[in-house]
Ligand binder design. Sequence first.
Ligand code: XMP
Length: 318
Amino acid sequence: SWKLTNYIDETIADIKEKVGDQKVILGLSGGVDSSVAAVLIHRAIGDQLQCIFVDTGLLRKDEGNKVMENYGEHFNLKIKMIDASERFLSKLKGISDPEQKRKAIGNEFVAVFDEESHKIEGAKFLAQGTIYPDVIESQSVKGPSSVIKSHHNVGGLPEEMGFELLEPLRELFKDEVRKVGEELGIPHHLVHRHPFPGPGLGIRILGEVDEEKVKILQEADDIFIEELYKNDLYDKVSQAFVVLLPVKSVGVMGDERTYEYTAVVRSANTTDFMTATWSRLPYEFLDTISNRIINEVKGINRVAYDISSKPPATIEWE
Ligand code: XMP
């Protein structure tokens, strides 16, 4: 639309003027906000933008390769991918408390990003995909919900690191960010991805996290998401994922007894993520995912569907 192209043109002009011939660093997560910010800034200043993608090892299956393909190859963004999986896993060793896991992951993220960003010589700006609701949330008096879960995507990070901030999406709501993304040519499925928490699979593996559990969960989650797309259900739910419980139960496979983990399938419908209902997914669809996960994912022999609303349950399990 006219208003949208106007907004994009004006923002590109603003970025050009502000940045001049300086370098900009951006932490690309693969999520909607940082991706739209990156493509928008790249339109303005091209290769003066250097993206850093930190693979925490707690991302969805094959996420790193997909990000490099979608944004590195297709949009020609300069992306430095950092494989930090081992660092994150070792920090998580022995920790099973949800808040402690969040802190460990958050701190490690800051450490890795700080190291990497200072390796990029002469960078003056740090760009972020902060959107209007993030601005409001970080300004509001911290209520119980923000004490319950310490999010690490908005913080005092850039100033402490000595960069000037660049936040081209600061005034936009999520649906506007998506429209800007589509206008910039980012494919529908990328611009309409479900949100993914900063701590990633670290808070979707209940209790202690290890590499084996991450692999199991990535496979199960990938099947669920693939089937949602295939059955035209992905865009009809707000957030969907699999949770891995450290609970083993008995099953049979052929004529052998199994004793493996339990996966919980979670899907929520919401407009603001403050309240949510569980998605009324068709029984036939649930049957398909249950069969596929149990047959295809070694390590899981039982699938449960989460039928809890928020409140009193939260969308995530930790
Ligand atoms: P809950 O579980 O509180 O989640 O109902 C609401 C929304 O917030 C996301 N979430 C997080 N996002 N860091 C994030 O970046 C976090 O620590 C975190 N915890 C929850 C969750 O995925 C849902 O979209």
